[in-house]
Design a protein around this ligand. Sequence first.
Ligand SMILES: *Cc1c(COP(=O)(O)O)cnc(C)c1O
Length: 419
Amino acid sequence: MTEKSLTDVDPQIAALIRAEERRQADTVKLIASENYVSRAVLEATGTVLTNKYSEGYPGKRYYEGQQVIDQIETLAIERAKSVFGVGHANVQPYSGSPANLAVYLAFLSPGDTVLGMGLPFGGHLTHGWSVSATGKWFNAVRYGVRKDTGRIDMDEVRSLALEHRPKLIFCGGTAIPRTIDFPAFAEIAREVGAVLAADIAHIAGLVAGGAHPSPVGHADVISTTTHKTLRGPRGAMLMATSDEHATALNKAVFPGLQGGPHNHTTAAIAVALHEAAQPEFREYAAQIVKNARALAEELLARGFDLVSGGTDNHLILMDLTSKGVGGKPAAQALDRAGLETNYNAVPFDPRKPFDPSGIRIGTPSVTSRGMGEAEMRQIGAWIDEVVTAVAKGDAEDVIGRVHQEVTELTGKFPAPGLS
Ligand SMILES: *Cc1c(COP(=O)(O)O)cnc(C)c1O
Protein backbone atom coordinates (compact mmCIF):
# COMPACT_ATOMS: atom_id res chain seq x y z
CA MET A 1 0.00 0.00 0.00
CA THR A 2 2.57 2.58 1.07
CA GLU A 3 4.87 2.03 -1.94
CA LYS A 4 2.18 2.27 -4.60
CA SER A 5 1.81 5.32 -6.83
CA LEU A 6 -1.05 7.77 -6.49
CA THR A 7 -2.67 6.38 -9.64
CA ASP A 8 -2.63 2.86 -8.16
CA VAL A 9 -3.80 3.82 -4.68
CA ASP A 10 -6.40 6.41 -5.60
CA PRO A 11 -7.16 6.52 -9.32
CA GLN A 12 -10.10 8.83 -8.69
CA ILE A 13 -8.03 11.63 -7.14
CA ALA A 14 -5.19 11.00 -9.58
CA ALA A 15 -7.55 11.46 -12.51
CA LEU A 16 -8.99 14.62 -10.99
CA ILE A 17 -5.51 16.09 -10.52
CA ARG A 18 -4.74 15.32 -14.17
CA ALA A 19 -8.02 16.95 -15.18
CA GLU A 20 -7.13 20.08 -13.21
CA GLU A 21 -3.68 20.09 -14.81
CA ARG A 22 -5.29 20.00 -18.23
CA ARG A 23 -7.81 22.69 -17.26
CA GLN A 24 -4.99 24.97 -16.06
CA ALA A 25 -2.99 24.33 -19.22
CA ASP A 26 -5.91 25.07 -21.56
CA THR A 27 -7.23 28.17 -19.81
CA VAL A 28 -6.13 31.78 -20.03
CA LYS A 29 -5.92 32.44 -16.33
CA LEU A 30 -6.67 36.08 -15.54
CA ILE A 31 -7.29 35.66 -11.83
CA ALA A 32 -5.15 38.41 -10.31
CA SER A 33 -4.22 36.47 -7.16
CA GLU A 34 -3.08 33.29 -8.91
CA ASN A 35 0.03 32.17 -10.74
CA TYR A 36 1.84 29.10 -12.08
CA VAL A 37 4.74 28.03 -9.86
CA SER A 38 7.86 26.64 -11.48
CA ARG A 39 8.55 22.94 -11.65
CA ALA A 40 11.25 23.46 -8.99
CA VAL A 41 8.76 25.02 -6.54
CA LEU A 42 6.27 22.27 -7.30
CA GLU A 43 8.91 19.62 -6.65
CA ALA A 44 9.92 21.09 -3.30
CA THR A 45 6.27 21.16 -2.24
CA GLY A 46 5.77 17.45 -2.83
CA THR A 47 8.57 16.11 -0.65
CA VAL A 48 9.18 14.13 2.55
CA LEU A 49 9.57 17.41 4.40
CA THR A 50 5.84 17.07 4.98
CA ASN A 51 6.66 14.27 7.44
CA LYS A 52 8.53 16.42 9.94
CA TYR A 53 7.33 18.35 13.01
CA SER A 54 9.38 21.45 13.83
CA GLU A 55 7.57 23.57 16.42
CA GLY A 56 9.77 26.52 17.33
CA TYR A 57 12.40 28.31 15.27
CA PRO A 58 15.82 27.27 13.87
CA GLY A 59 18.08 26.40 16.83
CA LYS A 60 15.15 26.51 19.31
CA ARG A 61 12.89 23.57 18.55
CA TYR A 62 10.64 21.38 20.65
CA TYR A 63 11.36 18.20 18.66
CA GLU A 64 14.63 16.47 17.84
CA GLY A 65 15.81 15.66 14.34
CA GLN A 66 15.99 19.24 13.03
CA GLN A 67 19.49 18.97 11.52
CA VAL A 68 18.15 19.46 7.99
CA ILE A 69 14.97 21.45 8.62
CA ASP A 70 16.88 24.15 10.50
CA GLN A 71 19.08 24.67 7.45
CA ILE A 72 16.07 24.87 5.15
CA GLU A 73 14.19 27.38 7.28
CA THR A 74 17.33 29.46 7.81
CA LEU A 75 17.90 29.60 4.05
CA ALA A 76 14.29 30.69 3.49
CA ILE A 77 14.65 33.42 6.13
CA GLU A 78 17.98 34.69 4.78
CA ARG A 79 16.65 34.75 1.22
CA ALA A 80 13.52 36.66 2.31
CA LYS A 81 15.69 39.21 4.12
CA SER A 82 17.88 39.64 1.08
CA VAL A 83 15.11 39.78 -1.56
CA PHE A 84 13.04 42.34 0.38
CA GLY A 85 15.89 44.14 2.16
CA VAL A 86 14.55 43.64 5.67
CA GLY A 87 16.21 42.73 8.96
CA HIS A 88 13.76 40.04 10.04
CA ALA A 89 11.54 37.48 8.36
CA ASN A 90 9.20 34.79 9.62
CA VAL A 91 8.36 32.21 6.95
CA GLN A 92 6.03 30.05 9.04
CA PRO A 93 2.51 31.55 8.65
CA TYR A 94 0.28 28.95 7.02
CA SER A 95 -1.23 31.50 4.66
CA GLY A 96 -1.99 35.19 4.31
CA SER A 97 -4.99 35.24 6.64
CA PRO A 98 -3.19 33.56 9.59
CA ALA A 99 -0.21 35.87 8.97
CA ASN A 100 -2.48 38.89 9.36
CA LEU A 101 -4.10 37.41 12.44
CA ALA A 102 -0.60 37.12 13.92
CA VAL A 103 -0.16 40.86 13.35
CA TYR A 104 -3.26 41.52 15.48
CA LEU A 105 -2.08 39.11 18.17
CA ALA A 106 1.34 40.77 18.23
CA PHE A 107 0.15 44.35 18.68
CA LEU A 108 -3.53 44.50 19.73
CA SER A 109 -5.86 43.21 22.42
CA PRO A 110 -9.46 42.28 21.62
CA GLY A 111 -11.53 45.46 21.34
CA ASP A 112 -8.61 47.62 20.23
CA THR A 113 -9.02 49.74 17.13
CA VAL A 114 -7.71 48.81 13.69
CA LEU A 115 -7.97 50.98 10.58
CA GLY A 116 -8.11 49.06 7.31
CA MET A 117 -9.49 49.37 3.82
CA GLY A 118 -13.10 48.26 3.47
CA LEU A 119 -13.57 45.01 1.56
CA PRO A 120 -15.87 46.54 -1.10
CA PHE A 121 -13.17 49.11 -1.87
CA GLY A 122 -10.42 46.55 -2.38
CA GLY A 123 -9.32 45.73 1.16
CA HIS A 124 -8.99 42.17 2.49
CA LEU A 125 -11.37 40.39 4.87
CA THR A 126 -8.59 40.30 7.48
CA HIS A 127 -8.22 44.08 7.50
CA GLY A 128 -11.21 44.31 9.82
CA TRP A 129 -14.17 43.43 7.61
CA SER A 130 -17.37 42.67 9.54
CA VAL A 131 -17.72 38.94 8.78
CA SER A 132 -14.04 38.25 9.60
CA ALA A 133 -12.82 37.47 13.13
CA THR A 134 -10.76 40.64 12.75
CA GLY A 135 -13.95 42.67 12.38
CA LYS A 136 -15.77 40.83 15.17
CA TRP A 137 -13.03 40.84 17.82
CA PHE A 138 -11.55 44.26 17.13
CA ASN A 139 -13.00 47.71 16.71
CA ALA A 140 -12.56 48.06 12.98
CA VAL A 141 -12.73 51.39 11.20
CA ARG A 142 -12.61 51.36 7.39
CA TYR A 143 -11.39 53.72 4.73
CA GLY A 144 -12.25 53.63 1.04
CA VAL A 145 -11.52 55.31 -2.24
CA ARG A 146 -12.63 58.64 -3.66
CA LYS A 147 -15.73 58.45 -5.83
CA ASP A 148 -14.26 60.77 -8.47
CA THR A 149 -10.85 59.11 -8.84
CA GLY A 150 -11.35 55.53 -7.62
CA ARG A 151 -8.11 55.97 -5.67
CA ILE A 152 -7.46 55.66 -1.94
CA ASP A 153 -8.57 58.81 -0.18
CA MET A 154 -5.53 59.68 1.95
CA ASP A 155 -7.39 62.64 3.47
CA GLU A 156 -10.05 60.23 4.69
CA VAL A 157 -7.39 57.84 6.04
CA ARG A 158 -5.83 60.70 8.01
CA SER A 159 -9.08 62.09 9.40
CA LEU A 160 -10.28 58.60 10.44
CA ALA A 161 -6.91 57.93 12.08
CA LEU A 162 -7.04 61.22 14.00
CA GLU A 163 -10.64 60.60 15.06
CA HIS A 164 -10.32 56.93 16.09
CA ARG A 165 -6.62 56.68 17.10
CA PRO A 166 -6.12 53.10 15.83
CA LYS A 167 -3.33 50.99 17.29
CA LEU A 168 -2.87 49.29 13.92
CA ILE A 169 -3.27 50.54 10.36
CA PHE A 170 -3.34 48.18 7.38
CA CYS A 171 -2.49 49.29 3.88
CA GLY A 172 -2.59 47.13 0.79
CA GLY A 173 -5.43 45.00 -0.50
CA THR A 174 -6.87 42.59 -3.02
CA ALA A 175 -8.37 44.80 -5.69
CA ILE A 176 -6.28 47.97 -5.73
CA PRO A 177 -5.13 48.73 -9.28
CA ARG A 178 -2.89 51.61 -8.24
CA THR A 179 0.43 52.14 -6.47
CA ILE A 180 0.18 52.13 -2.68
CA ASP A 181 1.62 55.31 -1.17
CA PHE A 182 3.56 53.73 1.70
CA PRO A 183 5.28 56.99 2.80
CA ALA A 184 1.89 58.73 3.12
CA PHE A 185 0.49 55.87 5.23
CA ALA A 186 3.64 55.88 7.37
CA GLU A 187 3.29 59.60 8.07
CA ILE A 188 -0.31 59.11 9.26
CA ALA A 189 0.64 56.08 11.37
CA ARG A 190 3.44 58.06 13.00
CA GLU A 191 1.12 60.98 13.68
CA VAL A 192 -1.29 58.80 15.68
CA GLY A 193 1.26 56.34 17.11
CA ALA A 194 -0.13 53.31 15.23
CA VAL A 195 1.75 50.28 13.98
CA LEU A 196 1.67 50.35 10.17
CA ALA A 197 1.25 46.95 8.52
CA ALA A 198 1.78 46.82 4.76
CA ASP A 199 -0.03 43.79 3.37
CA ILE A 200 1.73 43.21 0.05
CA ALA A 201 0.11 39.80 -0.61
CA HIS A 202 -0.85 40.78 -4.16
CA ILE A 203 2.18 42.83 -5.12
CA ALA A 204 5.06 41.00 -3.36
CA GLY A 205 6.48 39.80 -6.68
CA LEU A 206 6.32 43.32 -8.09
CA VAL A 207 8.09 44.67 -4.99
CA ALA A 208 10.72 41.91 -5.17
CA GLY A 209 11.22 42.61 -8.87
CA GLY A 210 11.38 46.38 -8.51
CA ALA A 211 8.08 47.03 -10.32
CA HIS A 212 6.28 48.55 -7.30
CA PRO A 213 7.81 50.76 -4.55
CA SER A 214 8.84 48.83 -1.45
CA PRO A 215 7.21 49.39 1.92
CA VAL A 216 10.58 48.81 3.60
CA GLY A 217 11.62 51.90 5.53
CA HIS A 218 7.97 52.99 5.82
CA ALA A 219 5.89 50.14 7.27
CA ASP A 220 6.66 48.65 10.69
CA VAL A 221 5.46 45.25 9.61
CA ILE A 222 5.15 43.67 6.18
CA SER A 223 2.76 40.81 5.61
CA THR A 224 2.63 38.84 2.40
CA THR A 225 1.40 35.65 0.87
CA THR A 226 3.97 33.76 -1.17
CA HIS A 227 1.67 32.35 -3.87
CA LYS A 228 0.49 35.38 -5.83
CA THR A 229 2.87 37.55 -7.88
CA LEU A 230 5.81 36.15 -5.86
CA ARG A 231 5.08 32.82 -7.59
CA GLY A 232 5.83 30.50 -4.68
CA PRO A 233 3.82 27.84 -2.87
CA ARG A 234 0.68 28.66 -0.90
CA GLY A 235 2.09 30.22 2.24
CA ALA A 236 2.96 33.54 3.82
CA MET A 237 5.69 35.58 5.46
CA LEU A 238 5.89 38.36 8.01
CA MET A 239 8.76 40.81 7.88
CA ALA A 240 9.94 43.63 10.12
CA THR A 241 12.80 46.05 10.49
CA SER A 242 13.00 46.47 14.27
CA ASP A 243 14.00 43.71 16.70
CA GLU A 244 11.05 44.62 18.90
CA HIS A 245 8.45 44.17 16.18
CA ALA A 246 10.13 40.99 14.95
CA THR A 247 10.08 39.44 18.41
CA ALA A 248 6.39 40.25 18.85
CA LEU A 249 5.58 38.73 15.45
CA ASN A 250 7.58 35.56 16.08
CA LYS A 251 5.82 34.99 19.40
CA ALA A 252 2.46 35.62 17.79
CA VAL A 253 3.02 33.08 15.01
CA PHE A 254 4.43 30.46 17.40
CA PRO A 255 3.27 29.69 20.02
CA GLY A 256 0.55 32.35 19.74
CA LEU A 257 -1.40 31.00 16.79
CA GLN A 258 0.25 28.04 15.16
CA GLY A 259 1.88 24.74 15.93
CA GLY A 260 4.38 23.11 13.60
CA PRO A 261 5.37 24.93 10.43
CA HIS A 262 4.76 23.25 7.06
CA ASN A 263 8.36 22.41 6.19
CA HIS A 264 7.64 21.36 2.60
CA THR A 265 6.13 24.82 2.10
CA THR A 266 9.12 26.47 3.77
CA ALA A 267 11.46 24.72 1.32
CA ALA A 268 9.30 25.77 -1.63
CA ILE A 269 9.26 29.37 -0.35
CA ALA A 270 13.07 29.24 -0.24
CA VAL A 271 13.12 28.05 -3.86
CA ALA A 272 10.67 30.76 -4.95
CA LEU A 273 12.79 33.42 -3.23
CA HIS A 274 15.90 32.08 -4.97
CA GLU A 275 14.05 32.45 -8.27
CA ALA A 276 12.86 35.94 -7.30
CA ALA A 277 16.49 36.96 -6.69
CA GLN A 278 17.47 36.23 -10.33
CA PRO A 279 17.70 39.00 -12.94
CA GLU A 280 14.96 37.29 -15.02
CA PHE A 281 12.50 37.87 -12.21
CA ARG A 282 12.94 41.64 -12.56
CA GLU A 283 12.03 41.26 -16.22
CA TYR A 284 9.05 39.13 -15.24
CA ALA A 285 7.79 41.74 -12.77
CA ALA A 286 8.22 44.55 -15.30
CA GLN A 287 6.43 42.52 -17.98
CA ILE A 288 3.47 41.84 -15.65
CA VAL A 289 2.95 45.60 -15.38
CA LYS A 290 3.48 46.23 -19.11
CA ASN A 291 0.97 43.51 -19.89
CA ALA A 292 -1.61 44.91 -17.48
CA ARG A 293 -1.17 48.33 -19.03
CA ALA A 294 -1.60 46.95 -22.56
CA LEU A 295 -4.71 45.01 -21.54
CA ALA A 296 -6.15 48.10 -19.81
CA GLU A 297 -5.52 50.23 -22.90
CA GLU A 298 -7.27 47.69 -25.11
CA LEU A 299 -10.28 47.53 -22.79
CA LEU A 300 -10.49 51.33 -22.51
CA ALA A 301 -10.33 51.63 -26.30
CA ARG A 302 -13.28 49.22 -26.43
CA GLY A 303 -15.33 51.43 -24.13
CA PHE A 304 -14.98 49.60 -20.83
CA ASP A 305 -14.98 51.49 -17.54
CA LEU A 306 -11.99 50.63 -15.39
CA VAL A 307 -11.94 51.59 -11.72
CA SER A 308 -9.45 54.48 -11.32
CA GLY A 309 -9.24 54.66 -15.11
CA GLY A 310 -6.49 52.09 -15.53
CA THR A 311 -3.71 50.33 -13.65
CA ASP A 312 -0.20 50.82 -12.24
CA ASN A 313 0.31 47.20 -11.26
CA HIS A 314 -0.79 43.68 -12.20
CA LEU A 315 -4.56 44.05 -11.87
CA ILE A 316 -7.53 45.72 -13.50
CA LEU A 317 -10.94 46.18 -11.95
CA MET A 318 -13.62 46.41 -14.63
CA ASP A 319 -16.96 48.05 -13.88
CA LEU A 320 -19.48 46.49 -16.28
CA THR A 321 -22.41 48.73 -15.30
CA SER A 322 -22.31 50.73 -18.53
CA LYS A 323 -22.28 47.48 -20.54
CA GLY A 324 -25.54 46.39 -18.91
CA VAL A 325 -24.10 43.10 -17.62
CA GLY A 326 -23.50 41.91 -14.05
CA GLY A 327 -20.04 40.73 -13.04
CA LYS A 328 -21.20 37.21 -12.30
CA PRO A 329 -22.85 36.33 -15.63
CA ALA A 330 -19.90 37.95 -17.40
CA ALA A 331 -17.34 35.93 -15.40
CA GLN A 332 -19.31 32.73 -15.98
CA ALA A 333 -19.51 33.29 -19.74
CA LEU A 334 -15.81 34.18 -19.89
CA ASP A 335 -14.95 31.00 -17.99
CA ARG A 336 -16.87 28.95 -20.52
CA ALA A 337 -14.84 30.68 -23.24
CA GLY A 338 -11.61 29.62 -21.49
CA LEU A 339 -10.94 33.02 -19.91
CA GLU A 340 -10.80 32.59 -16.14
CA THR A 341 -11.64 35.69 -14.06
CA ASN A 342 -13.53 36.45 -10.87
CA TYR A 343 -16.55 38.65 -10.33
CA ASN A 344 -15.80 41.44 -7.93
CA ALA A 345 -17.49 44.36 -6.22
CA VAL A 346 -16.51 47.80 -7.48
CA PRO A 347 -16.31 50.83 -5.16
CA PHE A 348 -19.81 52.14 -4.26
CA ASP A 349 -21.30 49.06 -5.89
CA PRO A 350 -25.11 49.27 -5.87
CA ARG A 351 -25.35 45.48 -6.41
CA LYS A 352 -24.93 42.70 -3.83
CA PRO A 353 -21.49 41.15 -3.06
CA PHE A 354 -22.57 37.77 -4.49
CA ASP A 355 -23.77 39.44 -7.70
CA PRO A 356 -21.63 42.57 -8.05
CA SER A 357 -21.00 44.97 -10.93
CA GLY A 358 -17.43 44.15 -11.77
CA ILE A 359 -14.83 41.60 -12.68
CA ARG A 360 -11.20 41.60 -11.59
CA ILE A 361 -8.49 40.52 -13.98
CA GLY A 362 -4.72 40.31 -13.65
CA THR A 363 -1.63 39.46 -15.67
CA PRO A 364 0.72 37.46 -13.34
CA SER A 365 -0.26 34.05 -14.78
CA VAL A 366 -0.36 34.92 -18.47
CA THR A 367 3.01 36.64 -18.05
CA SER A 368 4.40 33.48 -16.46
CA ARG A 369 3.41 31.69 -19.67
CA GLY A 370 5.52 34.16 -21.66
CA MET A 371 2.66 36.13 -23.17
CA GLY A 372 3.29 39.78 -24.05
CA GLU A 373 1.45 42.91 -25.09
CA ALA A 374 0.19 41.49 -28.40
CA GLU A 375 -1.51 38.60 -26.60
CA MET A 376 -2.99 41.07 -24.08
CA ARG A 377 -4.66 43.00 -26.90
CA GLN A 378 -6.08 39.73 -28.21
CA ILE A 379 -7.38 38.84 -24.72
CA GLY A 380 -8.93 42.32 -24.42
CA ALA A 381 -10.72 41.75 -27.72
CA TRP A 382 -12.05 38.36 -26.54
CA ILE A 383 -13.31 39.84 -23.27
CA ASP A 384 -15.12 42.53 -25.26
CA GLU A 385 -16.67 40.02 -27.65
CA VAL A 386 -17.93 37.73 -24.88
CA VAL A 387 -19.24 40.50 -22.61
CA THR A 388 -20.96 42.26 -25.51
CA ALA A 389 -22.57 38.98 -26.56
CA VAL A 390 -23.77 38.31 -22.98
CA ALA A 391 -25.30 41.80 -22.89
CA LYS A 392 -27.20 40.99 -26.10
CA GLY A 393 -28.41 37.74 -24.52
CA ASP A 394 -26.98 35.62 -27.32
CA ALA A 395 -23.50 34.47 -26.35
CA GLU A 396 -23.39 30.75 -27.24
CA ASP A 397 -21.75 31.04 -30.66
CA VAL A 398 -19.28 33.66 -29.53
CA ILE A 399 -18.29 31.60 -26.47
CA GLY A 400 -17.70 28.55 -28.66
CA ARG A 401 -15.57 30.41 -31.19
CA VAL A 402 -13.54 32.33 -28.57
CA HIS A 403 -12.92 29.08 -26.67
CA GLN A 404 -11.40 27.55 -29.79
CA GLU A 405 -9.15 30.57 -30.33
CA VAL A 406 -8.15 30.54 -26.65
CA THR A 407 -7.08 26.90 -26.90
CA GLU A 408 -4.94 27.74 -29.94
CA LEU A 409 -3.21 30.48 -27.96
CA THR A 410 -2.62 28.43 -24.79
CA GLY A 411 -1.11 25.70 -26.99
CA LYS A 412 1.57 28.17 -28.06
CA PHE A 413 2.39 29.31 -24.51
CA PRO A 414 2.93 26.31 -22.25
CA ALA A 415 2.43 27.06 -18.55
CA PRO A 416 5.34 26.51 -16.13
CA GLY A 417 5.15 23.31 -14.11
CA LEU A 418 2.53 21.71 -16.37
CA SER A 419 3.45 18.82 -18.60
C1 LIG B 1 -4.74 36.91 -0.62
C2 LIG B 1 -4.66 37.94 0.45
C3 LIG B 1 -4.62 37.59 1.80
C4 LIG B 1 -4.94 36.22 2.32
O1 LIG B 1 -4.27 35.18 1.86
P1 LIG B 1 -4.80 33.68 2.05
O2 LIG B 1 -3.56 32.94 1.77
O3 LIG B 1 -5.88 33.51 1.04
O4 LIG B 1 -5.28 33.52 3.44
C5 LIG B 1 -4.43 38.58 2.72
N1 LIG B 1 -4.29 39.86 2.36
C6 LIG B 1 -4.35 40.25 1.07
C7 LIG B 1 -4.20 41.68 0.73
C8 LIG B 1 -4.55 39.30 0.08
O5 LIG B 1 -4.64 39.70 -1.19
